[in-house]
Design a binder for this molecule. Structure first.
Ligand code: CA
Length: 224
């Protein structure tokens, strides 16, 4: 999953970037509202964390521009504790959730996780269940019939994306766009290697290859 963090408080942004990356999210970071308004439209993100007090263009206007451009990406806004009217305005402008500063980072991470699941139709689940697999995002591990299967960080990130998009055909370029941040070189051969590793661990048919189209996460064929 690829996230955009728009936050001009550098120390806070540094901490959040590091924390989010540890949770297996690819993160792009911007400090300026004008840059954010543009990049949120031209790049595809799975979720955006938006501070409202920004140089260049206020966060509320950035959000309004995205929504006017039919960008439906979930947006979590960060607001000052005193500014209750900002929260209302943010929700009216199309924010999906908000957090008031100062906040505990753990709460932000849990809200991000919940928003991402909800936006893919997985409501009220403490774990991600799809096609016979149970993914524990806090442990970055997967279970099949109660058996834990160990994953590398890259395999976890890929499997989480597949599970959130079960049944959909995903092209390699789409996957690369959503698994790597804007700074990372996107190599579809590396992606192929990770897909093959997942197949070895979870069963050959768990990820189908659609020739000329990409991959489709189908389900788990591990026999009991
Ligand atoms: Ca700010």
């Amino acid at each position: 999953m690829r996230l955009l963090l728009v936050e001009d408080h550098v120390a806070l942004a540094d901490e959040l970037c590091a924390g989010l990356q540890q949770l297996g999210y690819a993160v792009d970071w911007l400090t300026d509202g004008r840059d954010a308004a543009y990049q949120g439209v031209v790049e595809s993100y799975d979720l955006i964390i938006l501070d409202l007090g920004l140089p260049g263009l206020p966060g509320l206007q950035v959000l309004a521009q995205w929504r006017a451009a039919a960008i439906t990406t979930p947006v979590l806004i960060l607001t000052a504790r005193s500014a209750w009217s900002e929260r209302i305005d943010g929700l009216k402008a199309g924010a999906d959730d908000y957090l008031t500063k100062p906040f505990h980072q753990e709460e932000l991470y849990l809200r991000v996780q919940a928003l991402l699941r909800r936006s893919h139709g997985f409501a009220n689940q403490s774990h991600l269940n799809a096609a016979g697999l149970r993914l524990d995002e806090s442990q970055q591990s997967v279970y099949s019939q109660g058996q834990e299967i160990e994953l590398t960080g890259a395999e976890f990130r890929l499997l989480r994306y597949f599970m959130l998009h079960a049944g959909q055909v995903l092209s390699k370029s789409h996957l690369a766009e959503h698994l790597y941040d804007g700074e990372t070189e996107r190599d579809s051969n590396v992606l192929e290697v990770h897909v093959n590793h997942l197949r070895r661990k979870l069963g050959r048919t768990v990820i189908e290859t659609r020739r000329g189209q990409g991959y489709r996460f189908a389900g788990c064929d591990l026999a009991p």
